[in-house]
Design a binder for this molecule. Structure first.
Ligand code: WT7
Length: 640
């Protein structure tokens, strides 16, 4: 794979990638093993989200992520698993061992009847078997759809239905810090409406008691059967370049989460290219991405990107503050981590725990630090740089999205300039533009605008599962001819980008994307709720917190704390604990215009505590609700 090692080389590569993308990506593609070459590098139509990359090519991504390395460097470590409890032994797998495990799981899935193109939902904790399951799907051409362990039964049911999934892979329970998550019983509940699932493969991990349904199959039993069959020679299924590799659900500003579809070849080339170049990976280095595989960061930079490069990837089961706030640094020291990739929310939380947790931890192996998922603030950036990196590790602030498949805007560690709190420059192949609200391109610098991409890139979203219209509507129609990120961005005099947060009704809570409409829908399921409005507000650790304003029936006769508890419980049932409102007030009215539109701008100001700068309220149907809401919010402050 081409590694860009100077700023000059970056300019050359960038220029070429924009002027002749076909040539550029054809060259990048030479570094992979293909079963059959492509007929055309880029084809289709960007404006209708019908771009195709490497059309006609045949491949299996695991030929490149596993088999190639199992042959060339069989004893190189592929995966190091660090358990939740530091006393539990680490499990590690060389490329050869990873290959054998993935082959076995692939064979298990085949035995269950999983075929190419089938959708397999994976709802597991962060254990090696999760990685095997993902790669086993890829190997047999099944489309994996990983669901984060923090989602509720209702959320799983919605996703199963939307994806038309035939299979689920889960485990009895997962552990995160001192919490136990009974995954299997959540799956049982998700299936309780009679969803026609074919098989549920269950890994008995913590040996907690579970129900056994007729469609359940025990992982270990099947594993033993397959092992006895000696299924080691299974080659990966031959896939078309554009065959879907996975579906990953993510929130938007409207409706239910949508299934973002990524295809095989473009995603492979992009994740491999960006991992190598952004982190400037050197052979033999250890990479620790702290994200859960349930999010796209885990897909692209815990599994695919590092493995495609033959790197060693660390997978951590637990959470940053268990058993204490020194855990990440212990892991770094223990496994001699060179590349460390985490989210600003984790950095802020560890920073607030105090510097003593860094003391005595040998962080000298660290070479590059990465940040992802939300804008990083100056203070957190500085702490990360000075205290974690001891002033000598470049920080890559990587901007991208579930839909982009991989990193889009970032400095290349130590190669292109870094600028605190700036994602900086686009990667080769990425053509960012800032548009004003009328959709006009803003060409000068020192400006803020709506961030779009003007050119297709190999790992761009292919469709939203089962509903291409929705894909068009969400990303390609706001500004025709462009892919719209939903983010605002500032561009400085040198053309460097700083992300400014979402410009739509999407929140970013601890690096997790949550739609305000989704939370409102959940709240509206609670008994007695008539209407609700949800906005984000700045939160010291989480980046954004969720602020809910709720109108209830007969609220004067009720005990407010008990309604609040019921509403929060409903949100947890409908979506999961990640969407719990941080603040929730019961109000008797919402600020609406005469046409009935809720003025979120006003609610955002209230949530931020900016009572003085609420602005014009004369267009409201009833301006007095604003004062009432402020009164309630101020009175409630202490309780929440
Ligand atoms: C949204 C995408 C990218 C994988 C994890 C999140 C925000 C992401 C940055 C960054 C500022 C960022 C954007 C984006 N975001 N990275 N480096 N600086 N904001 O993926 O859940 O699809 O969320 O996260 O708002 O649109 P996601």
């Amino acid at each position: 794979m081409m590694k860009i090692t100077s700023f000059q080389a970056y300019h050359v590569a960038y220029q070429k990638s924009i002027e002749s993308p076909d040539e550029f990506w054809e060259e990048m593609a030479q570094y992979f093993s293909w079963r059959q070459p492509w007929q055309e590098v880029l084809s289709g139509d960007f404006a209708s989200a019908r771009s195709e990359w490497f059309r006609g090519a045949k491949l299996n991504i695991t030929d490149n992520a596993i088999d190639r390395h199992a042959l060339a460097q069989p004893h190189q470590m592929a995966l190091i698993w660090e358990p939740n409890d530091p006393q539990t032994p680490t499990r590690s797998f060389t490329y050869l061992q990873l290959q054998q495990e993935v082959m076995k799981v692939a064979e298990m899935l085949r035995t269950l009847g999983v075929k190419k193109g089938d959708r397999v939902c994976i709802y597991m904790g962060m254990v090696p078997e999760l990685t095997f399951a993902v790669l086993a799907c890829a190997r047999i051409g099944a489309i994996h759809s990983v669901i984060f362990g923090g989602f509720s039964a209702k959320s799983i049911a919605d996703r199963l239905e939307d994806a038309g999934a035939q299979f689920i892979i889960t485990m009895d329970a997962a552990q995160r810090g001192n919490k136990m998550i009974p995954l299997k019983s959540v799956v049982d509940e998700a299936l309780s409406n009679g969803y026609p699932i074919q098989k549920v493969l269950v890994l008995d991990y913590l040996h907690t008691p579970c129900n056994h349904a007729h469609h359940d199959v025990d992982w270990k039993d099947l594993y033993q059967q397959v092992e006895a069959m000696n299924a080691y020679a299974t080659k990966g299924q031959e896939m078309d370049a554009e065959d879907p590799l996975f579906i990953l659900y993510t929130s938007g500003s409207t409706g239910k989460p949508k299934g973002v579809v990524h295809s095989t070849a473009g995603y492979m080339v992009w994740t491999a290219f960006t991992f190598l170049n952004v982190f400037q990976y050197q052979p033999g280095e250890v990479h620790f991405c702290t994200a859960d595989v349930g999010w796209v960061t885990g897909h692209s930079y815990l599994i695919y990107g590092p493995l495609l490069n033959g790197a060693t990837s660390v997978m951590f089961e637990g959470v940053p503050n268990y058993p204490d706030a020194g855990r990440f640094w212990e892991i770094v020291a223990k496994h001699k981590v060179n590349l460390f990739y985490t989210a600003p929310t984790a950095i802020r939380s560890l920073m607030s725990a105090g510097d003593e947790w860094l003391e005595g931890k040998d962080l000298s192996s660290l070479r590059v630090l990465g940040s992802v998922g939300e804008p990083i603030n100056q203070e957190a950036w500085q702490w990360y740089h000075d205290r974690v990196g001891k002033g000598n590790c470049p920080i890559v602030d990587t901007f991208w999205q579930t839909e982009t498949g991989g990193i889009m805007i970032s400095n290349l560690a130590g190669v292109t300039p870094q600028k605190p709190v700036f994602a900086t420059l686009p990667l080769p192949g990425v053509l960012p533009v800032l548009l004003d609200d009328q959709g006009m391109e803003i060409t000068e610098n020192n400006v803020t605008g709506n961030l779009c991409f003007a050119q297709p890139w190999p790992s761009m979203i292919r469709t939203t599962w089962g509903d291409h219209e929705r894909c068009l509507l969400n990303y390609f129609t706001t500004y025709p001819g462009y892919y719209f990120t939903g983010d605002g961005a500032y561009r400085d005099e040198e053309g460097m980008y700083r992300l400014a947060g979402r410009v739509d009704d999407v929140l970013n809570v601890s690096g997790h994307r949550i739609g305000t409409a989704e939370v409102e829908n959940a709240i509206n399921h609670a008994p007695q709720v008539i209407e609700s409005a949800v906005v984000g507000y700045p939160h010291d650790i989480k980046g954004q917190g969720i602020f809910a304003f709720v109108i209830c029936d007969h609220q004067h006769e009720m005990d407010i704390p008990s309604i609040q508890t019921k509403i929060v419980k409903t949100v947890v049932e409908q979506i999961g604990p990640i969407a719990k409102p941080d603040r929730l007030v019961i109000v008797s009215g919402l600020p609406k215009t005469r046409s009935g539109k809720i003025m979120r701008r006003i609610l955002r100001k209230i949530a931020e505590g900016e009572f003085e700068s609420i602005g014009d309220t004369t267009t409201l149907l009833d301006p007095s609700v604003v004062e009432e809401i402020i009164r309630i919010v101020t009175a409630n402050k202490v309780a929440h």
